[in-house]
Design a protein around this ligand. Sequence first.
Ligand code: ZN
Length: 141
Amino acid sequence: MNDTIVEEFRRLIQALLDEIEAENQRGQEGQQTVTLDQQSVGRLSRMDALQNQAMAKATQGRRDIEASRLRAALSRIDEGEFGYCEDCGDEIVLGRLRLDPAATRCVSCIRGLVTRKAKSPIQDVQKPPPAPPAMAEYCAT
Ligand SMILES: [Zn+2]
């Protein structure tokens, strides 16, 4: 992967992080509004307020996870490891990175992962099919 593309991804990842940061700020303002409404017996019922708060927390959690993935991608850029699969070391295709710049595995490793998961260990310990009846039974007259 050449430097121009790496810089392109650095900007993209930074932009995504800025976006998450802006959403975090909006989320905090939203939570403050809920608190104020509660204190001043506002429009929102207690149930609504609690529900909104729970949703805001869940959204916040997802944003935190995404932000830490993106930060990890930025440090991979700094270490020169960005764009390489952490399992097999192959280059991750650009199309995949454009969809998810924080991707850490190539498509074939992801597929490999899925295939391994699909084969349940139960199949391996499954009993062999019942043996056909012994020939002697047919021959006996
Ligand atoms: Zn791989």
